[in-house]
Design a protein around this ligand. Structure first.
Ligand SMILES: NC(=O)C1=CN([C@@H]2O[C@H](COP(=O)(O)OP(=O)(O)OC[C@H]3O[C@@H](n4cnc5c(N)ncnc54)[C@H](O)[C@@H]3O)[C@@H](O)[C@H]2O)C=CC1
Ligand SMILES: O=C(O)[C@@H]1CCC=N1
Length: 288
């Protein structure tokens, strides 16, 4: 079994600015791991008080949409995690700018949004950590890419790493690689879910019950991922062990090859990276 590293208790006040799926995944993962007291987490969104009430009751975090209170919360945070959609980022960052003081760490999970654009919208050389997590952070199995602006000091780096190491693995990368990383690990879970949907549907069409088909699919995906992780063998080598010459698996792989499976997955990863760049560029345009 893979042991998670021990994460020191995080005593900083963290504000999630944007309270959707990704923010909830990180919060849920951190609270489950007991690395932070829920009192030190505040979640804010644009307008939905019902959503904040739900998060408060689910995780014991704070959250308010009262405009005066919101400004005070943001001004007093040690860390502000930007977790809104790219299309909402420019307006949110412009509103945030007058509230910030120099030491506050900005952590972005927003796809495509560059450090340069964040700092330009804020109008300050605020320390910025650009990340790309994924929703498996919910269960401590996230995979997060991290890039730091030059203003982030050692304690800021450690703090950001602590946050994301508490919900999975982290990989510090050059910022230019963030889009391709998004194509693999940020969006990757969706491709696996899609494959699982197809496998489950095939089982049902072949006469298995939906429950049987779903359970067998989940266990097969889980087992395959664990086999790669625990045996240290390459996926290609493990695939060969399943594929008897001229056997049943070979017939299945040949069908996948006819659909150009390998190159289609690579094209999908590249489309994701390209779309991330486009979304970032659209925010950058708002600077003009
Ligand atoms: N969902 C995912 O798997 C992943 C998402 N991301 C990134 O996370 C960000 C959020 O994505 P989701 O959580 O899926 O979206 P979501 O739609 O579930 O949540 C977005 C949240 O931002 C809030 N918001 C919008 N405008 C705001 C404003 N001006 N001020 C404060 N809050 C505002 C909304 O009210 C909502 O709570 C995106 O930028 C996305 O690129 C990154 C990695 C994975
Ligand atoms: O679909 C999106 O734009 C975001 C980025 C990574 C996962 N979800």
């Amino acid at each position: 079994m893979c042991q998670q590293p021990t994460i020191p208790l995080i005593n900083d006040k963290i504000v999630f600015y944007g309270a959707g799926s990704m923010a909830e995944a990180i919060v849920r993962g951190m609270i489950a791991r007991s690395v932070i007291s829920s009192e030190n987490i505040t979640m804010l969104n644009r307008s939905s008080s019902e959503r904040l009430a739900e998060l408060r009751s689910r995780y014991g975090v704070k959250g308010s949409n009262d405009p005066g209170h919101k400004a005070e919360i943001l001004a007093n945070a040690n860390v502000i995690v930007l977790a809104m959609k790219p299309k909402d980022a420019a307006e949110a960052l412009r509103g945030l700018a007058p509230l910030l003081s120099p030491g506050q760490l900005i952590v972005s999970v927003i796809a495509g949004l560059t450090i340069r654009t964040i700092q330009a919208l804020l109008g300050t050389t605020q320390p910025v950590v650009r990340t790309m997590p994924n929703t498996s952070s919910t269960i401590g199995l996230g995979a997060t890419g991290i890039a730091f602006s030059k203003e982030v000091d050692d304690s800021g780096r450690r703090l950001a790493l602590n946050i994301f190491e508490s919900v999975g693995i982290t990989s510090v990368i050059e910022e230019e690689r963030m889009e391709i990383l998004t194509g693999i690990s940020g969006s990757g879970p969706a491709y696996i879910y899609y494959m699982m949907e197809a496998m489950t549907a095939a089982g049902i069409r072949g006469g298995l019950t939906p429950e049987q088909s779903a359970e067998l699919t989940v266990q097969s995906v889980l087992g395959a991922a664990r086999m790669v992780q625990q045996t240290g063998e390459e996926p290609a080598a493990l695939r060969k062990k399943v594929t008897s010459p001229n056997g049943a698996t070979q017939a299945a792989i040949e069908t996948l090859e006819k659909g150009d499976f390998f190159e289609t997955v690579i094209a999908a990863v590249n489309s994701c990276a390209e779309r991330s760049r486009e979304m970032g560029a659209a925010v950058e345009k708002e600077l003009l």
